[in-house]
Design a binder for this molecule. Sequence first.
Ligand SMILES: CC(C)(COP(=O)(O)OP(=O)(O)OC[C@H]1O[C@@H](n2cnc3c(N)ncnc32)[C@H](O)[C@@H]1OP(=O)(O)O)[C@@H](O)C(=O)NCCC(=O)NCCS
Length: 363
Amino acid sequence: MMFSKGLEGVVAAHTAISHVDGNKGKLLYRGYDAGELARTKSFEEVAYLLLNGELPSNQQLETFTFELVKKRKLLSALDNVITSLPKELEIMDVLRTCISCLNPQTNWPPTKEEAIHLIALFPTIIAAWIRYENGEKPIKPDQTLGHVENYLYMINGEIPTNAHSSALTAYLILTMEHGMNASTFAARVVSSTESDLPSAICGALGAMKGPLHGGAPTGVLQLLDDVTSHAEGPEKLLRQKLERGEKLMGFGHRVYKTTDPRASALRDVLSSSGGEDHTLSKAVEVEKTATLLLAEYKPGRALHVNVEYYAATVMDALSFKSEWFTPTFCVSRVVGWCAHVLEQAEDNRIFRPDQEYIGVRER
Ligand SMILES: CC(C)(COP(=O)(O)OP(=O)(O)OC[C@H]1O[C@@H](n2cnc3c(N)ncnc32)[C@H](O)[C@@H]1OP(=O)(O)O)[C@@H](O)C(=O)NCCC(=O)NCCS
């Protein structure tokens, strides 16, 4: 029997949700280019597409948006949970705890209505915790705002600028779905036992919390700070790092052997949004130098910029704290998880891989 560590190269599911082509640097959601969707569509439209397979008509979008808005409210049971949790918890733990407190509406099969409820609740839970942790009262969702604007509003108490909401929208669309990554796989495995949707999403959240997956653009912001404050300029410091064998944060990807299409789409959206963004211009300049140096120091490794790199500039523009980065990633990825759980349920078979025993034989 073949063994593949980390299941690399093993096809674990058939899917019609997204297609990742690492060699060509393409990411398609239901056949549509994710970068193009990020440039032209709203969070709600792309979430609808991933859950339903087609972009919505005006009427369908209206109904979907209405459902999302209706389910944003923080249930009083969750409010009680949040205010009873110790403040030192990480937001990912709070999110996982709150989702596990939800009473599944149905056990099996999961429904789109439940998925919409979870997608609607994520921003509300995160924002409520951020405020609570800071000794402030949670801000009630504003029914007139879109999903992304409302998330920023519930955190800051102010209607966000267009530049801020479009930057975050682009980031959230580009990270909504990415094939059989660890958290999505975890969600499908839980769901394959005919368990309920909140349990599958708790499994995914547990997987996403790990630093090898949720990652964080924190390292990128540190890199940008270091290189631009270096007395002898970016190139010198980048060379020093590479000569010491350090990795440059925001570069390289297991799947993409060319520029991560999410990174270039995010760079384009941010660059075209007009305003003066110092971190962004710094990032664009450092990317050029770093790409040349990576080719020089690591020939044949195909190391290019990845989505975390420009995600860092979005987080920086929004003045988000680093603890908010991974939960914010979940605001988008919960859509992909739900789409995969619904797809798993359409043609389910319980996951049960084999193992190869390498311990002591009978004794
Ligand atoms: C993303 C990542 C984990 C992919 O890892 P991987 O596919 O397992 O690739 P490896 O870590 O085996 O790297 C292969 C080679 O490229 C080098 N390399 C990979 N990423 C590098 C980076 N960002 N900077 C410098 N060198 C890098 C490795 O040192 C290794 O070199 P070697 O063969 O001389 O030892 C890796 O590129 C990385 O750690 N990047 C930086 C962190 C980051 O940006 N993470 C966000 C990902 S979305």
